[in-house]
Every structure is written in C-alpha cells, then in structure tokens.
Design a binder for this molecule. Structure first.
Ligand code: B12
Length: 128
C-alpha cells in the first residue's frame, strides 16, 4: 500500500489568523494526506514535532508579518539536526518582494492569499 503523505501544519508564533490554515489542513486531509495540525507554535516546537512525526512536509501559516524571521528559523533548525529535511512551505499574507529571500532561506514554495486549494495539493503531491 502506498504510504500517506504526512504533513505538519502550524501557525507561526502568535498569529491569530486561523481560517486559512484550517481550510488548507482540511483540503489536504480530504486529498488523502495525514495532517498533524499544531495550531500556534514557535519554530522549536514545529521542528521537534515534525521530526517526531516523521513528516514529509511542514506547512507554515502566517498573516501577521512575522514570516521573514520565523519561517527561515524553521529551516535553520532542521539543518542543525541530523535528519532528512522535510519540504517546508509557507502560506498567508506574504508581500511578493519577500518571496525570493524566503526561497533563498530554504522555503520551497509560498502560497499567498487567494491561492486555490488545488494549486497547494498539486504542489505537495508533485514534490514527494
Ligand atoms: C479575518 C481577519 C482577521 C481575524 C482573524 C480570525 C480568523 N478567522 O482567522 C481577526 C479579527 C482576529 C484579525 C486580527 C488581526 N489582523 Co487580520 N485579517 C483578516 C482578513 C480580513 C481575512 C483573513 C482570512 O481569514 N482570509 C481567508 C483565508 C482562507 O485566507 P488566507 O488566510 O490568506 O489563506 C490562504 C493563503 O494565505 C494560503 N495559506 C494560509 N495558510 C496556509 C498554510 C499552508 C500550509 C499553506 C500551504 C497555505 C496557506 O492558502 C489559503 C487559501 O488560499 C485579512 C485580510 C485579507 N483579505 O487577507 C486581515 C489581515 C490578514 N489582518 C491584518 C492585521 C494587521 C491584523 C491585526 C494585527 C489587526 C490588529 N491591529 O489587531 C490582528 C492580528 C493579531 C494577531 N496576533 O495575529 C492584516 C495583515 C497585514 C500584514 N501582515 O501585512 C490584513 C492583511 C488586513 C490588512 N489589509 O491590513 N484579522
């Protein structure tokens, strides 16, 4: 039997905007993925949980402007560990000018407001 894709979804830091992360988490679950939804978490907890859960993908969500600090920190913490690094993706209110720097820092893809759920599921299934 084919292994289900395992994805940890978390809202970065204290971001109060839960709707997008929940909508995406449900869509991924409906697409047959194993979704571990963490709610609000700091990078250390996200990384520790993803390692413990053997996640293939880590999906970060933020609409409150903390993406340039906390999203690269998640990648940095994975790289300190002796593990296969999961693919880290990010969604939320992300100014287009920030996207190249996020990608340089190791974020595989960025999904802004209005992205279709199909685009997100297609990216994930295509990256595994
Ligand atoms: C509703 C809302 C709120 C609600 C949130 C409740 C809730 N239901 O989540 C409340 C009232 C609490 C709120 C509070 C605040 N908000 Co507000 N809020 C919004 C609003 C109007 C809509 C957000 C929303 O639910 N969109 C619908 C969902 C489905 O879309 P989405 O979250 O963008 O998700 C999509 C993508 O981003 C992506 N995505 C999201 N998460 C993930 C995760 C993964 C893994 C992936 C792959 C993709 C993904 O896929 C989704 C589908 O397309 C936006 C404006 C807007 N149009 O975006 C402002 C907005 C996000 N808020 C804003 C601000 C400033 C605030 C406050 C700071 C205001 C204040 N001064 O208190 C606080 C934040 C407090 C905090 N600690 O975070 C700003 C953010 C500005 C910025 N970052 O540059 C915005 C953009 C409004 C604006 N134009 O100024 N807000």
């Amino acid at each position: 039997m084919k292994k289900k894709i395992r994805i940890v979804v978390a809202r970065l830091g204290m971001d109060a905007h839960w709707r997008g992360s929940i909508v995406v988490a449900r869509a991924l679950r409906d697409a047959g993925m194993e979704v571990i939804y963490l709610g609000n978490q700091m990078p250390e907890t996200i990384v520790a949980t993803a390692i413990q859960e053997d996640a293939d993908i880590v999906g970060l969500s933020t609409l409150s402007g903390n993406h340039m600090v906390l999203a690269p920190e998640v990648v940095r913490l994975f790289r300190k560990e002796d593990v296969d690094e999961p693919t880290v993706i990010l969604g939320g209110t992300i100014p287009p000018d920030d996207i190249p720097r996020l990608k340089e820092a190791g974020i595989a893809e960025v999904f802004g407001t209005g992205t279709s759920l199909k685009k997100i599921t297609d990216f994930i299934t295509g990256s595994i």
